[in-house]
Design a protein around this ligand. Structure first.
Ligand code: CA
Length: 234
């Protein structure tokens, strides 16, 4: 199953903490929380999270100390500070300690969600997730590196094969006609005499790589009369 982005909310005020958890769960994230500095730091360093929402004023360690401690071991983990202190000094200090952004309290939830998305877009993990294609039968594909594996078997792909998989993945809610693949992946104009056999040959090659049994496809299926459909795992 393609995993969700995981957020950690470190915030001592119960109403804000539970409110943030609810909002981000609603937006499709997996969210955990901590209510004091020490527990928050331990969770933040667990390696499970893609982004930390970090309150500044906390019992135990404060947000500055936590940010600093995270940066000693992880330079890339995205951190957004939530701060009622809006003095320039505090903001500068937070950013110098390696926070990626800050949001002043009281904050607008809609704006915070946008900030989280913006910081995640710049982070490495999201780029990696976007390039990852997971399929049934223990198939993992790393689109960026034209590589993958099925169980213990290493797979390599051509650029064209990856382009086909990514186009099908982006449209996985429907079967994609062969003509559309020729136009969108190969760049054929729609009025040329389309060589749909080219598509079939590539699909057959792909199936030998990504299907546990190429004769009975479960990942890259044929929808009769409609085209090919990729069935992402999960
Ligand atoms: Ca607080």
């Amino acid at each position: 199953m393609e995993r969700k982005i995981r957020l950690l909310v470190i915030e001592d005020e119960t109403a804000i903490r539970t409110g943030l958890v609810d909002v981000f769960v609603f937006h499709g994230y997996e969210v955990d929380s901590a209510q004091d500095g020490n527990a928050g730091l331990a969770k933040a360093l667990s390696g499970q999270f893609d982004l930390i929402l970090l309150d500044l004023m906390l019992p135990g360690m404060d947000g500055f100390e936590i940010c600093n401690a995270i940066r000693q071991v992880d330079r890339d983990l995205p951190i957004i500070m939530l701060t009622a202190k809006v003095s320039d000094d505090d903001i500068i200090r937070g950013l110098e300690l390696g926070a990626d952004d800050y949001v002043g309290k009281p904050f607008s939830v809609a704006q915070l969600v946008l900030r989280v998305k913006a910081v995640l877009r710049r982070s490495k993990v999201v780029a990696q997730l976007a390039n990852q294609i997971l399929l049934a039968g223990e198939v993992e594909i790393d689109a960026q590196n034209l590589a993958g594996r099925r169980g213990t078997e290493e797979l390599t792909f051509t650029r064209r094969e990856i382009d086909i998989l990514q186009y099908l993945k982006a449209n996985s809610e429907r079967p994609v006609p062969r003509e559309e693949l020729l136009q969108r992946v190969w760049g054929y104009a729609s009025d040329v005499d389309l060589e749909t056999r080219t598509v079939d040959i590539h699909i057959a090659k792909l199936r030998r790589k990504i299907e546990p049994d190429p004769k009975v496809p479960i990942n890259l299926v044929t929808v009769r009369g409609a085209g090919y459909r990729l069935m992402p795992d999960g």
